[in-house]
Design a binder for this molecule. Structure first.
Ligand SMILES: Nc1ncnc2c1ncn2[C@@H]1O[C@H](COP(=O)(O)OP(=O)(O)OP(=O)(O)O)[C@@H](O)[C@H]1O
Length: 352
């Protein structure tokens, strides 16, 4: 117990309280250990902000419990008000006080305004110690967000919620600040929950990532485990950007739009329905005799992504930039040697 900063147990929520309405959050269970940064990742409307608001205390859950630092802050019996939860909040639009200086913004939430040691420490950790007299409009976007993080941590909280904190920053500043965030939190012995819809952002800096869809958590895992074992088709397509392909059982094997799919002996009798495969494991070649057709070509710096229409499916294929195929060209697709795919249900990993 002592190692958990936040525990969420069987949390449910709906805004429309009628019996027949759908759950916005459905059976949410998660833990954040002390010092851990958990990424809450999912597409628009899946319930990320709602979960954040329930943790912060701005909404009352329909069912379930939330504990912070071994203290129950939300249950059927008791709902602690937001100001008593001691949780720091960081928003995408910074939400700073424009008429207060950097120093005054950070001091604002302190009970004992004379306690400068934590303020000085925090300003140092976020790299704003030489900007204390400036006002928010005299700071860059990245500096404003650093100030928002320092302000959130100032009242002695060791847990912060971050709602798309890098969303308003340009790419360069975003990459810099996001790589600094884990160290800032570690420097303050703080844990956090960061909402994002960007898989790369969550996977690059979070200790663990919770992948959400339609109010449910599909998987909570370390980034490396999500890459190696995406438990659902959604995790595979949303996190890894994999192609999802229907399979049809054909006697002892499975057929797909990429031809016959191998599976190990013990899977032959199971009921596999889909496979997921990375665009980098599919090859594309010009072929007048095949039915596959290139429908788009995207240049992504170091490689090309083709979208190909094949037997009613649209697959993404990654190639090097020298590929000469263009929109409308007929082509043939095949699975590369020394690659792998996942078979569902079950998330079985099969090597080729
Ligand atoms: N106050 C509210 N009253 C009624 N429905 C709401 C309210 N707030 C959110 N919803 C609905 O709850 C669902 C989840 O919304 P939420 O804002 O939590 O999603 P999200 O994952 O944060 O989305 P985004 O990434 O677009 O911000 C959506 O269908 C939304 O329309």
């Amino acid at each position: 117990m002592k190692n958990d900063a936040l525990i969420i147990d069987d949390l449910h929520h709906k805004y429309d309280k009628q019996e027949c309405s759908n759950w916005i959050l459905n059976e949410i269970n998660l833990k954040i250990e002390n010092g851990e940064l958990l990424g809450l990742l999912g597409p628009s409307g899946c319930g990320k902000t709602t979960l954040l608001r329930l943790i912060a205390g701005f909404e009352y859950p329909s069912k379930g419990r939330i504990s912070l630092n071994d203290k129950e802050i939300s249950s059927r019996k008791k709902i602690l008000s937001p100001e008593k939860r001691n949780i720091g909040m960081v928003f995408q639009d910074y939400a700073l006080f424009p008429h207060l200086t950097v120093l005054e913004n950070v001091i604002f939430g302190l009970k004992n305004k004379k306690d400068r040691s934590r303020v000085d420490y925090l300003l140092n950790v976020v790299g704003l110690d030489s900007f204390v007299g400036r006002y928010p409009h005299e700071l860059s976007g990245g500096q404003k967000q650093r100030l928002a993080i320092a302000r959130a941590l100032a009242p002695g909280t060791n847990f912060i919620l971050l709602d798309e904190p890098f969303c308003s920053l340009d790419m360069h500043v975003k990459l810099k600040l996001r790589s600094e965030l884990p160290n800032i939190l570690k420097g303050c012995n703080a844990s956090g929950l960061m909402v994002t819809h960007d898989p790369e952002e969550a996977m690059s800096i979070c200790d663990k990532v919770a992948v959400m869809k339609d109010g449910k958590i599909h998987q909570i895992d370390t980034p490396i485990n999500l890459l190696n074992n995406p438990k659902t088709i959604f995790v595979s397509s949303f996190i890894l950007g994999n192609n999802i392909i229907n399979l049809k059982k054909n006697g002892n094997s499975y057929s797909s739009c990429l031809g016959e799919i191998n599976c190990s002996e013990y899977l032959k009798n199971t009921n596999i329905k889909n496979m997921s495969i990375s665009p980098k494991f599919i090859s594309i070649k010009r072929s007048e005799s095949d039915d596959a057709i290139v429908i788009s070509k995207e240049f992504l710096g170091e490689y090309l992504i083709y979208k190909v229409f094949i037997n009613g499916n649209i697959l993404r294929v990654r190639t090097d930039i020298n590929n000469l195929l263009n929109n409308g060209d007929k082509c043939t697709l095949s699975i590369n040697k020394n690659s792998f795919y996942f078979l569902y249900p079950g998330a079985y990993k099969e090597y080729i």
